[in-house]
Write a protein that binds this ligand. Structure first.
Ligand code: ADP
Ligand code: MG
Length: 208
């Protein structure tokens, strides 16, 4: 059995069926690609897996035996699921540092604040994220590339078991795509992370 098992997943939004009977399995350290035309239900699948309000999901989604569909979004995150949105929202009044610290603690990060800070700074240095960036409000005035960098920083610091990435390559230049591909491959190899990648292109395929 895979790490994540999706059986007969059907998603409805306000009585409209958006996705019908989707089944797939994902093992530890594996990548599942969701590709398809605009409007085919890729983002809806990502949101429903994370438990977005108003999205009715039926069927079965098991992550290490936990039935995710019975859980609230925060409990799904604690079970090891992470969603990187296609268009991450601006959160004024919350700095990148505060977001990461609170998320780390809410997910049961066992280390002290000093351990957290050490991890945060070393991961930031590796991704080329400055200390100033960590003090900015979440996504407030961020360029497309900076938004994606914050998503990568969250992955590196929070270490989910399964990360759903909704078009992580959209709006990135060649260097940005290179960094993304290298980082995802590293997280997969070193941490055994699994990915569900929604994309229109195959430029991440060679790395994963
Ligand atoms: P994709 O990510 O593959 O481009 P989406 O999951 O965003 O596709 O959309 C799939 C379908 O669901 C589209 O027809 C879209 O109009 C519809 N849809 C998405 N969100 C809602 C919503 N909140 N209410 C009603 N329909 C929606
Ligand atoms: Mg989409």
């Amino acid at each position: 059995m895979g790490l994540l098992e999706m059986n007969d997943l059907t998603i409805q939004i306000e009585e409209t069926t958006i996705v019908q009977s989707f089944s797939a399995s994902l093992g530890a350290g594996e990548t599942l690609y969701l590709m398809g035309p605009n409007g085919s239900g890729k983002s809806s699948t990502a949101l429903a897996l994370m438990g977005y309000p108003g999205y009715k999901a039926t069927g079965q989604v098991l992550l290490e035996g936990h039935n995710l569909l019975d859980l609230s979004p925060d409990k799904r995150a604690q079970a090891g699921l992470f969603l990187s949105l296609q268009h991450p929202p601006v959160v004024k009044g919350v700095t990148v540092m505060t977001l990461l610290k609170n998320a780390y603690q809410a997910l049961g990060g066992s280390g002290s604040i000093l351990d957290f800070q050490k991890t945060l700074f070393s991961e930031s240095d590796r991704l080329g994220v400055s200390r100033d960036f960590l003090r900015r409000n979440v996504n407030d005035g961020f360029s497309g590339g900076e938004k994606k960098r914050l998503e990568l920083l969250q992955l590196a610091v929070l270490q989910p078991k399964v990360a759903i990435l909704d078009e992580p390559d959209s709006g990135l230049d060649v260097d940005g795509i290179q960094l993304l591909a290298t980082e995802l491959a590293r997280l997969q190899k070193e941490c055994g992370m699994s990915f569900i990648v929604i994309t229109h292109y195959n430029h991440l395929l060679p790395a994963l």
